[in-house]
Write a protein that binds this ligand. Sequence first.
Ligand code: MF3
Ligand code: CO
Length: 265
Amino acid sequence: MIIYKSKEEIRGIRKSNRIVAKILAELKALIQPGVSTLELDEFAEKKAREMGSVPAFKNYKGYPASLCTSINEEIVHGIPSSSRKLKEGDIIGLDFGVIYDGYYGDAAVTYPVGNISPKAEKLIQTAKEAFYKGFEKVQIGNRISDISFAIQNHVESQGFSVIRAFVGHGIGFSLHEEPQVPNFGLPGRGPKIKAGLTIAIEPMIAEGGWDVEILHDKWTAVTRDRSLSAHHENTVVSTTQGPEILSKIGDEKSELPDAKEKYYA
Ligand code: MF3
Ligand code: CO
C-alpha cells in the first residue's frame, strides 16, 4: 500500500531530509586521500545526533554502520572501516539516512577523491543527470515506470548501464515503503503518481555491465566485472505544482509549504 502524505507529514519528512542533505554536504569537505571511511561514518553519526536525529541505517536489517561508503566498483552498501583509506583518483558513494521526529530521510551522492579520470567524472555526472531525468517525470498522472524509463534512457545514451538488483523506494514513515522505483523498464507501468507521494529516486549505474556480486561481508555490492559505479539519490515529493527535492539544504522560510501554495494530499 502506498502511503500518500499530508502537508504536515511532508514538513516532517522535509526536515529529516534536510539534515541528511546538510551532513552529506559537510562530508564533502572531509573527502581527501588518506581519510578512512570509518572517520566519515563517525562524523555523519555525530552530526546526525547533534541535530536531534538518529541514523536510519544503523542496525537496519543488521547493517553495522550509519553511513554507506562505496568506493569505485562498489555500487552500494560499502561498510565503513578504519583500514579502508581513500586514495587519489577514487570515487566514493556516500549514502546516508536519518530519522527525525519519526520521519525518515535518505539521500546519496558520489564524490571524487582528488583528481579522477575523465571517464569517472562522466560516470558521476551521468548518475546525477539520470536522477534529474527521473525527477522531471514525477508529475501527477504519470506512472512510476515513467521515472524508470527516463533514467534508463539517459544512462544508456551515455554508454553506461543501469544496475537492476537495487531500486528506489517509497519513504517517510519507514525507510522502505511502497512503491518500488526501478531504474529501468518500459514507460506507462506501475501506480499512477498522485500528490503527496514521497519516494527516493536513486539511480545506480556502471561503466561496464549491470551484473552485481555481494562480497563476503554480506553487504557490499560490487559490479561483477569490477567496473566503476556511481550512485545519486534524493527523496522527493509529488505536488500539484510539480515535484520537490526534499533532501536539499533550504532556509526556514521554505520549510512552510503554505508559503509555496502547494497541495500535497
Ligand atoms: N539508501 C539505501 C536504501 O535506500 C540505504 C540502505 S542501507 C541499509 O536502501 F544499510 F540501511 F540497508
Ligand atoms: Co534509498
